[in-house]
Design a protein around this ligand. Structure first.
Ligand code: HEM
Length: 153
C-alpha cells in the first residue's frame, strides 16, 4: 500500500485509502516492501505485459530480482471451492448478493475466456482459459479500480 508519506506520494501517487480495500478480508496492510507497490497496478500495463512478466520477469524488466512463476501457466483454476469461498467471504461481510455462489463460476469462465481470446487475437499468445495465470491477470488489472480518486496522478 502507498502510505501517507510525502516521499511515497511523490514516488507512487496518491496514498491508499481504507475504502479501496473494502473487499479485502482480512485486511492485509503491511509495511515491508520488496517489489513496488501494486495497489494501483490495474490498467498500468496490458494483459500481455503481465503474462510475459510472470513467466519471465527479466524479459520485461532486465536485471530484476523478481522470480518467475511458471506453475501459474500449468495449473488450472480450482473452481471446486468457489462456492464455499463465497460463503466464507459473505460471513466476513463481503456483500455478495444472494445466490451469487451459483453463478460465480460461469462469471469466472466468461471473464477468463475474454482475456484468453483477447491475448490470442491481439498478441498471438495462446493460453487455455482454465489456467491460474488468467485469474492473476484479472486480479492485477482490478487493483486500484474500485474507487476513483479525485486527485489521481
Ligand atoms: C505472485 C507474486 C508477484 C506478483 C503478482 C508480482 C507482480 C509484479 C508487477 C505487476 C510488477 C510491476 C510493477 C510496476 O511496474 O509498477 C512487479 C515488479 C517487481 N517485483 Fe514482483 N510480483 C510478485 C512477486 C515478487 C517477488 C517474490 C519479488 C521479490 C523477491 C518481486 C520483486 C519485484 C521487483 C523488485 C519489481 C520491480 C522491478 C524491478 O526493479 O526489478 N516480485 N511485480
Amino acid at each position: 500500500m502507498i502510505r501517507p508519506f510525502r516521499y511515497e506520494v511523490m514516488r507512487y501517487g496518491e496514498y491508499s485509502k481504507a475504502g479501496e480495500f473494502v473487499y479485502d478480508h482480512p485486511f492485509q496492510w503491511g509495511s515491508k516492501r520488496t517489489g513496488p507497490d501494486l495497489a494501483r497496478i490495474g490498467g498500468k500495463y496490458g494483459d500481455s505485459w503481465h503474462i510475459n512478466h510472470m513467466l519471465e520477469p527479466s524479459s520485461m524488466v532486465p536485471g530484476t530480482i523478481m522470480p518467475s512463476y511458471p506453475s501459474l501457466f500449468e495449473k488450472s483454476i480450482d473452481k471446486g471451492s468457489t462456492n464455499s469461498k463465497i460463503h466464507a467471504m459473505r460471513k466476513m461481510g463481503v456483500p455478495y448478493p444472494d445466490g451469487y455462489e451459483n453463478i460465480a463460476n460461469s462469471d469466472l469462465d466468461k471473464q477468463a475466456k475474454q482475456i484468453s481470446e483477447k491475448l490470442e487475437k491481439e498478441n498471438k499468445i495462446k493460453i487455455s482459459s482454465d489456467k491460474e495465470i488468467l485469474a492473476l491477470v484479472a486480479y492485477l488489472q482490478r487493483l486500484g479500480k474500485d474507487i476513483t480518486l479525485q486527485d489521481k496522478k
